[in-house]
Design a protein around this ligand. Sequence first.
Ligand code: GDP
Ligand code: MG
Length: 162
Amino acid sequence: PLPVLAVVGRPNVGKSTLVNRILGRREAVVEDKPGVTRDRVSYEAEWSGRRFTLVDTGGWEVDVAGIHARVAEQAEVAIALADVVLFVVDATVGATSTDEQVVRLLRKAGKPVVLAANKVDGPRAEADAAALWNLGLGEPHPVSALHGRGTGDLLDTAVSGL
Ligand code: GDP
Ligand code: MG
């Protein structure tokens, strides 16, 4: 079986956009608002000559009260099946309590984590990314999943851990 790279994070941080960038095609559903009903979708992917299973998570029924628990539940399942976790945070928003909840799950699972500080569309947002050192997960990799900025380096790092 192929090693598994799972992409986890809150709704709307850009997980599916990043997945599409890795795949080089628009297969994962990108939504301006969370609300797609699929929970977990696996793709066969390749990066730098390395094949792996790429898992996109998300697809939450929007329920503001329950979103916290729902994210945690999805993240927990994805983390359990992952060899490496690609944890995506929206650097322009910063770490939320939901992000911190996922961090606790990551710590508990003890899986290797690569931290993507997404929506760093230009150099002025680099400082937002640096603020995510506070999550205690090591280096935040500033990326723009939308424009491709920094995603090559991020994926090199993630795939090298598979
Ligand atoms: P997901 O819910 O985490 O899968 O997030 P999506 O990939 O569906 O993206 C949510 C929204 O964020 C969409 O409107 C995307 O176009 C937007 N988005 C994703 N990545 C970026 C990025 O790097 N920069 C900016 N500005 N917007 C992004
Ligand atoms: Mg998505």
